[in-house]
Design a protein around this ligand. Structure first.
Ligand code: PMP
Length: 358
């Protein structure tokens, strides 16, 4: 450890993303990417933007993309913030909107990026346990006393379980003094978006990504929707160190993605249908599968540890995600919904690893 490092760096536990393998030909079901390529309209828009104009800086306000996002959600551009993937949007949220006088509340089993950023920005945290069915208990958040903000994914990650909009509304009503951030990275696969609530709740911020249901994880586009006042706080943070939120290619591709509803509906439908088949296949092998509203499933086998299963799958050239912490989820595998062929390959490999119906 360097004596020149700040205390913050010494204390930092880096966020470890899923493996991005260099070996070709692996069945990659570990980072919740879309198994299908993006819309052809997106690819064309990026090609069109890849010309002479790349010598020019991009629009620091990414106006075209904010307009396209606003139009998609029936909102004003002043209610939209954009960034390099929702991870960057969330980083700005942590700096701009979570206050330091009380702890930030989030589920104890949730996106592992939240505690990393809280630590980086000196924000105290209070993780609240999920209930015995791995569901978020809104009453616990309302009873927790003052907070500096609340954040969770809906559907939650890595469980895939969605929270009803009525419950989110109860949380917003009962928590008027701090921001509630709903991270909707996986909302398009079966949960209800809280976006229509933002006109009514000045304390609601909805964070979205084009990485999952729009198949653009490689382009790095995310956005936030909220009251203009919340958006302005995010813009102030952004402007203080990087006034170009997105490059020209990302803006062009992002605009086209927000406008291709046909591709979007088709792809989402394919993934939801494959998820249902994958769930049934896992259950037939004896797995318990949590009810997923996401593009992944969270599943465990009563007789096999998660780490053993994920290592055996890797031997079979199939990548899934295993979390050793917290202990309550160490028996689970998080499996991205792939194409039907990928899901079949996974089920076939698993059937060789787990004994048939014990
Ligand atoms: N939120 C959640 C819950 C996620 O799982 C992810 C993806 N790992 C993200 C946000 C970030 O996605 P991106 O930065 O690609 O938009």
């Amino acid at each position: 450890m360097s004596r020149f490092w700040s205390e913050v760096v010494h204390g930092l536990t880096p966020y470890v993303p899923g493996e991005q393998p260099k070996i070709p030909g692996l069945v990659k079901l570990n980072t919740n990417e879309c198994p299908y390529g993006p819309s052809l309209r997106v690819l064309q828009a990026i090609r069109d933007a890849a010309g002479e104009d790349l010598r020019l800086y991009p629009d620091p306000e990414a106006r075209a993309l904010r307009d396209a996002v606003a139009a998609h959600h029936g909102l004003e551009s002043a209610q939209v913030f954009v960034g390099n993937g929702s991870d960057e949007v969330l980083a700005h949220v942590f700096q701009a909107l979570f206050r330091h006088e009380a702890p930030l509340l989030f589920p104890d089993i949730s996106y592992s990026f939240y505690p990393v950023y809280a630590r980086l920005y000196g924000i105290a945290t209070r993780p609240l346990p999920l209930d015995e069915d791995f569901r978020i208990r809104v009453d616990d958040y309302l009873a927790a006393g003052p907070n500096g903000g609340i954040v969770f994914p809906n559907p939650n990650a890595p469980t895939g379980i969605a929270l009803d909009l009525a419950e989110i509304e109860r949380l917003l009503l009962g928590n008027p003094d701090s921001v509630v951030v709903i991270d909707e990275a996986y909302v398009d696969f079966g949960a209800h978006t809280a976006a229509p609530l933002i006109d009514r709740y000045p304390n609601l911020l909805v964070v979205r990504t084009l990485s999952k249901a729009r198949a653009l994880a490689g382009l790095r586009v995310g956005y936030a929707l909220g009251y203009p006042d919340l958006i302005e706080a995010l813009v102030r943070v952004k402007d203080s160190f990087n006034s170009y939120p997105l490059d020209r290619l990302a803006i062009a591709g992002g605009v086209a993605a927000m406008q291709d509803d046909t591709w979007f509906a088709h792809t989402r439908g394919l993934i939801i249908a494959s998820r249902d088949k994958l769930t049934a296949g896992l259950q037939a092998l004896g797995f318990e599968v949590l009810p997923s509203a996401a593009n992944f499933v969270f599943a465990r086998h009563p007789l096999h540890d998660g780490d053993v299963l994920s290592a055996a799958l890797r031997e079979a050239r199939i990548l899934v995600r295993h979390f050793s912490q917290p202990p309550r989820i160490a028996s689970f595998l998080r499996i991205t919904v792939g194409t039907d062929a990928q899901c079949d390959a996974l089920l076939q490999a698993l059937s060789a690893i787990v004994p048939s119906e014990a």
